[in-house]
Each structure stands twice: as structure tokens, then as C-alpha cells.
Design a protein around this ligand. Structure first.
Ligand SMILES: *[C@@H]1O[C@H](CO)[C@@H](O)[C@H](O)[C@H]1NC(C)=O
Ligand SMILES: *[C@@H]1O[C@H](CO)[C@@H](O)[C@H](O)[C@H]1NC(C)=O
Ligand SMILES: *[C@@H]1O[C@H](CO)[C@@H](O)[C@H](O)[C@H]1NC(C)=O
Ligand SMILES: *[C@@H]1O[C@H](CO)[C@@H](O)[C@H](O)[C@H]1NC(C)=O
Ligand SMILES: *[C@@H]1O[C@H](CO)[C@@H](O)[C@H](O)[C@H]1NC(C)=O
Length: 428
């Protein structure tokens, strides 16, 4: 066989493979002016009410390494998921230049960063304007891309809770949040948020990024082994702040119960431990909470101002079994990453009302769970670790064979868009 025929055969096999692997999975990245993404980073230190966000934009949104010699650990701020996602999207294997060939259109718009000028900046009185310039652009530059499916195939990342984008347009004077998700212009697109509303429409929740972004499968596996081997001599851990006011709430109940336990006869060093993360001191300092989480069996994940928390994912990463007090904290949110039907297999649910108003003791509930069941739950948590990790961009081919939080978000988005388009076909 002539070499060129051989080459042709290999090439056709390869393209057959690619087109098979990519069938129904083609994504087109919409070309947006930099005012919708990179330019927004220039104002990262302009918000007096916020930390200086500039250091967190480093490494395509992973932030700075925790130590110079660290390969996988960064000071990651969850609001940078828009950058992290954009960078990963650039190496997505089924990209197409041709929008008419795409199953979905990704908008690389840093919606949450753009929202800062309404949320914390000088434009708080015009929060109903958020997104209108994007819509204007989509209508005027290559309008056929939007028009083909009336926006139903478009998606973007909004790295904040949906609550921050869903202020009713009728609110006057304006209250907290922009109205991006309330604008009829955007009813059809899919938004990936860190938390969805109780009755989500456009949005679907994806995991908060943790600080762990391994570049290779070896580093992911050795972390999982470390988690597996870790000696756990604390029954329950709460890493967080709040709960210090006099009004009854779940964080306060946790503090009271935890402060009031002494060493016991059950074989643990401590029944309960609190890592004080008040005033945001833990946010960019993962060592403060990862070490204690590695030594705890259960991690308490109470709601605060909002039902979800990043800590849920830090805890899973540490192999610490999550204890939830509200369905909205995770079960009804992260179905693409934490399978809803298996929730009992890897987490504990204790309704917060039982604790706050009826005196149910969290530690009693946890102590009554047989050790064999605890072991099974932890095995399940360990299986979930890859699902909640956003791997580093430009990672090794080995790591790319394993689906991470980014890959699962893409799978979920493509499915959601496909079923939306099918419903529309059916209607039209
Ligand atoms: C950055 O902030 C300045 C001053 O508030 C403002 O004029 C400018 O429009 C902002 N840039 C972006 C891209 O938001
Ligand atoms: C880390 O590396 C940077 C640049 O290579 C250097 O400037 C800095 O001093 C190093 N920090 C430590 C703690 O070694
Ligand atoms: C927003 O409007 C209120 C009431 O009209 C006004 O008091 C406030 O100064 C305005 N805020 C800004 C940032 O312009
Ligand atoms: C959203 O989709 C509906 C049909 O499902 C269509 O009537 C409407 O015009 C679309 N909205 C936009 C802004 O394209
Ligand atoms: C600690 O527990 C005891 C016994 O349940 C109770 O009487 C006491 O009020 C508790 N103390 C605090 C500070 O909650």
C-alpha cells in the first residue's frame, strides 16, 4: 500500500472517530468584542466593597498557586469560573467555526464580572440594563446565529448565584441584583450558575470551583489515595462563619451544640470541631480548612445567606461526608454532578427545623449511623471527587480521559439544549 493511501486511511479513521465522538456535541464559540470579557478584568480592583479581585484572575482564573512548588493547589475565587470555563472551552475537542453546524453556541461573556458595576459599583440604579448591550450585539452582528434557534441553543456561565441576576424588572426602587435572568431577551438561553433559583428556568447550577486543579491524572489519583488513607478522628466539622447573632438559626444551633460537647467515650478525639472562617479568612487559604476536613468524618453544610456553599465541594474533595439541612443546598441543584437519585448514598439530611426548633441533636443523629454504613458513604464520596474537580487547562491526555466538573457541565448543557430544541420542533 502506498504511504499516502495508508495516511488517507488513518486520516479517515481519525475523522470518522472525531465525527462519531462529536456527533450532537459540536460547539461554536461566539466571537465577542473584548469589552464583554477580557476588558472587564481591567477593573478588578475598582470595587471598594470587595477584595481586590486582581490576584484571582491569574492563571486563567485559577488564581495564584498556594505555594511556588504546588502543582495542583491555587487560591481560587469561585467568581472566576467564567474565566476558568472560557479557557477550558478553548480546548474542547468538538469546536466548530461554523455556527450553523453547531449543536450549541457558547457566549464567552463574563456576566458575573460585568454585574459588579451594578452590584457594587456606580450603576446600582440601572441594574435592569445588565446584558442589554450583549443582546444588542447579538442582534446586530451576524444576527442569523441567534435567530436560527431564537437563542435556545445559546449558553453562558454566570459565576454567582442566580439570585444575583433575578431582580424583577418591576422593582422600584431597585433592590439587590441585576435583572439579567428576568429580561425577556434572555429567557431562551441556558445559564450555568453557582446556585439556581428554587424554580429555575434558564439556569442550571454547577459546582463552585475548589482550590484543587490537578494537571495530570497521576496528581488526581494520588490526592484521592491520600484522602482515602487519611485518619479521621473528628466526628463532625463545621468550617464557616455566622451563627453568632442571638436569633435562632441553624448555624447558631451548630455552634451551640459543638461548643457544648466534651471528649467522649466513643473513640473519636473530638465529636465536633469548628474552623472559624469569619470575615472570609478561609476563602483563599485552602489549607485552613482542607487539613481539618481530611480528619473529619462528616462536614456540616448549613445554609447561610443563601442555601449553597463552596464548602460542600471542598468537603467532598476531602472525602468528608456532607450533612445537609436544606434540599436547596445541593440535592435540587447539582444533579449533573451529584446524582440526585443517589443522594442518600453519600450524604446525610437533617431538616434544619428539627434542629433549630425541635431540639434534635445533630451529633446524636450522626453517632447513630453504623460504622459500616459510614464506610460505604465515604467510598461513594470518593467516587464523586473527579465530578467536582475543575482540572487545570492544558492538562495531560490521561486526565482528559476522566470527566471532570467542566465536562459534566458541558454534557448537561448539550442535553438540556437538545431536549429544548426537540420540544420546540414538536411545537412548531
Ligand atoms: C471600569 O471602570 C471605569 C470607572 O468606573 C469605567 O468608566 C469603565 O467603563 C469600566 N470599564 C469596564 C470595562 O467596565
Ligand atoms: C515564588 O516564585 C516567585 C517567582 O518565581 C518569586 O518571586 C517568589 O519569591 C517565590 N516565593 C517563594 C515563597 O519562594
Ligand atoms: C440611586 O438612586 C437613589 C434614589 O433615587 C439615590 O439616593 C442614590 O444616590 C442613587 N445611587 C447611585 C449610585 O447613583
Ligand atoms: C424565545 O423563543 C420563543 C419561542 O420559543 C420566541 O417566540 C421568542 O421570540 C424568543 N426570544 C428571543 C429573544 O429570541
Ligand atoms: C450544654 O448542654 C447542657 C445539657 O444538655 C445544657 O444544660 C446547657 O445549657 C448547654 N450549654 C450551652 C452553652 O448550650
Amino acid at each position: 500500500m502506498a504511504w499516502w493511501i495508508f495516511g488517507l486511511v488513518i486520516f479517515s479513521l481519525w475523522s470518522l472517530c472525531a465525527s462519531e465522538k462529536c456527533s450532537n456535541r459540536w460547539i461554536h464559540i461566539r466571537n465577542l468584542p473584548s469589552s464583554f470579557n477580557l476588558d472587564l478584568l481591567a477593573n478588578c480592583s475598582e470595587y471598594p466593597l470587595l477584595d481586590d479581585l486582581c490576584p484571582y484572575t491569574a492563571n486563567h482564573g485559577l488564581g495564584q498557586k498556594t505555594h511556588n512548588r504546588s502543582h495542583s493547589w491555587y487560591r481560587t475565587d469561585p467568581s472566576m469560573l467564567e474565566l476558568i470555563f472560557h479557557r477550558r472551552m478553548l480546548e474542547y475537542p468538538c469546536l466548530t467555526q461554523d455556527p450553523s453546524h453547531a449543536n450549541a453556541i457558547y457566549l464567552p461573556y463574563y456576566a458575573g464580572l460585568d454585574a459588579l458595576r451594578y452590584l457594587y459599583g456606580p450603576e446600582s440604579n440601572s441594574s435592569a440594563q445588565h446584558g442589554l448591550n450583549l443582546f444588542h450585539f447579538l442582534q446586530h452582528d451576524n444576527p442569523s446565529i441567534w435567530a436560527r434557534h431564537m437563542g435556545h441553543d445559546h449558553f453562558l456561565v454566570m459565576a454567582r448565584p442566580a439570585w444575583d441576576f433575578s431582580q424583577p424588572l418591576s422593582n422600584d426602587p431597585p433592590n439587590w441584583g441585576t435583572s439579567f435572568l428576568e429580561l425577556p431577551q434572555f429567557f431562551n438561553l441556558t445559564a450555568l450558575t453557582l446556585e439556581a433559583r428554587a424554580c429555575p428556568w434558564q439556569e442550571h447550577a454547577v459546582p463552585y470551583p475548589t482550590s484543587f486543579h490537578p494537571p495530570t491524572l497521576g496528581l488526581l489519583d494520588s490526592w484521592i489515595q491520600r484522602v482515602q488513607r487519611s485518619k479521621r478522628h473528628v466526628l463532625a466539622l463545621f468550617a464557616g462563619g455566622g451563627g453568632v447573632s442571638a436569633s435562632p438559626n441553624i448555624r447558631r444551633s451548630i455552634r451551640t451544640e459543638c461548643d457544648n460537647t466534651t471528649a467522649d467515650s466513643s473513640g473519636y478525639d473530638k465529636l465536633c470541631e469548628i474552623v472559624d472562617c469569619s470575615n472570609g479568612i478561609c476563602e483563599h487559604d485552602p489549607i485552613r480548612f482542607m487539613r481539618p476536613m481530611l480528619q473529619a468524618i462528616f462536614c456540616l453544610q448549613p445554609p447561610g445567606d443563601i442555601p449553597t456553599r463552596r464548602s460542600t465541594f471542598d468537603g467532598i474533595l476531602a472525602g468528608c461526608i456532607p450533612v445537609f439541612f436544606e434540599e436547596l443546598s445541593a440535592r435540587s441543584q447539582y444533579g449533573w454532578h451529584l446524582p440526585e437519585a443517589e443522594f442518600e448514598a453519600f450524604s446525610v439530611f437533617i431538616p434544619k427545623e428539627e434542629v433549630v426548633f425541635k431540639g434534635l441533636k445533630i451529633l446524636d443523629v450522626l453517632q447513630r449511623i453504623p460504622r459500616s454504613r459510614v464506610r460505604k458513604m465515604r467510598e461513594k464520596v470518593l467516587e464523586l471527587i473527579p465530578n467536582v474537580v475543575y482540572g487545570k487547562h492544558n492538562s495531560s491526555p490521561g486526565l482528559r480521559t476522566k470527566k471532570d466538573a467542566f465536562d459534566l457541565a458541558i454534557d448537561g448543557t448539550l442535553d438540556k439544549i437538545q431536549s429544548r430544541l426537540q420540544e420546540l420542533d414538536f411545537v412548531m
